[in-house]
Each structure stands twice: as C-alpha cells, then as structure tokens.
Design a protein around this ligand. Sequence first.
Ligand code: AP5
Ligand code: MG
Length: 191
Amino acid sequence: MRIILIGPPGAGKGTQCQRLVDLLHVPHLSTGEMLRAAVRAGTPEGLQAAAYMTQGQLVPDPIIVGMVSRRLEMEDCRNGCLLDGFPRTLPQAATLDELLERRAMSVDGVIELAVPRDELVRRMLARKREDDDPEVFAKRITSFELQTAPLLDYYARQGKLASIDGLGTAEEIFSRVQAAVGRFERAARRR
Ligand code: AP5
Ligand code: MG
C-alpha cells in the first residue's frame, strides 16, 4: 500500500503514521522529519531548508523532490510506504505520479485528516517544536490552505480520497484511518 496523509499542521499526520507503520509494515516517509534531520546534521540541504522552515514557508521543490526520490529508491519502499507531508502542492503531486509510474507503482489512497483551526492551535501550543511559534504556525496553516488543500480535489477526482474527522482521541481517529485503509485495500484488489 502506498498511502498519502494530508492535513494542516498539527492535524495528527505523524501520530497516525506511527500507528499505521505497525499495521501495514511499510516505512513512514515524513518530509518534515527528513528536513529536520538534515538541519540537525548541518548538511547543505538542511542549511538551505532551515531558512524556509523557520518562516513557515515551503522548502523549494529541488530539495524536496531529490530527498523523496532517493528515499523511494530504497529497498524497504518496494512494498509500499506512508507519505506524510509530501506531496504538498499540485506540482509535487504530478512529480510523485511520475516517480511512481517509472517504477510501475501508483498511489493507492489518500487520507485527509480534517481538524478545525482552534484545535490545531491548542495542539501547537502544547507541543513547542521549533516552528511552533504562533506567527509561524499561522503561516503554515495559510500555506496548507492555499498550496496543499487543492490536492484534495486532485485525489478526489481520482476516487482515491478518504476524508476523516481528525477530532477525538488518537485511538478513535486510528479506527477511522483503519476503515479507510480497508477501503483502499478492497479497491486495489478490484484493479
Ligand atoms: P511537517 O513536519 O510536515 O509539519 P506540518 O505539516 O506542519 O505538520 P506537523 O508535523 O506539525 O503536524 P502533524 O500533522 O504531523 O501532527 P502530529 O502528529 O505531530 O513540515 C514542517 C515544515 O517542513 C513545513 O512547514 C515546510 O517548511 C517543510 N516541508 C515539509 N514537507 C515539505 C514539502 N513536501 N514541500 C515543501 N516544504 C516541506 O500532532 C501534532 C500534535 O498534536 C502533537 O503534539 C501530537 O501529540 C498531538 N496530537 C496528535 N493527535 C492528537 C489528538 N487526536 N488529540 C490531541 N492531540 C493530538
Ligand atoms: Mg508531522
């Protein structure tokens, strides 16, 4: 299974992916985590990315696409993966389709975690990651609304979107996620 999780900052993409890893036994590819690791390691990519991340802006595509395509090449991604935070724009979605097509693969399903803004802010205030400053967080939400939300329509038109209520306990949300994965599995068997 190749599954994408889409949702605004703080929606619970990372939290649900951790649980999905145990269910599906496929790796969790979080572009945010990859970037934070590159920043910590002080690589040239990390140094370049940090300037955008601390401003709540998207990191330029050449960095992101290079990182994801190298990761998708790895052996452990052969049977599937969970994509968290990528794609984030329509051009990134088109690039992902090309990367997968070249490997005779495709996206099996997309899960949208829908969470209202006041709850996102509550979660952000309780966490305190470096980019969880209220002003930066507001910019990340705006970036989601303008650049990422159009992807929902892109995948809905392909019949691949499952929109899930992201309010409740992580456990409750995971039952909804599991139900969506079940639907993706049945659709994949029909193809
Ligand atoms: P990224 O790391 O992807 O951050 P994000 O999208 O802003 O999302 P978060 O990681 O903040 O939230 P999440 O949905 O994973 O929620 P989580 O499970 O942590 O990206 C960071 C930056 O990197 C971007 O701003 C951009 O600069 C750059 N970047 C990344 N990908 C890129 C790309 N493709 N292109 C360009 N730039 C890119 O949960 C949040 C909190 O809530 C946690 O504390 C958690 O414990 C808590 N929580 C989770 N579930 C619940 C629940 N049900 N109830 C209560 N609390 C909960
Ligand atoms: Mg995350």
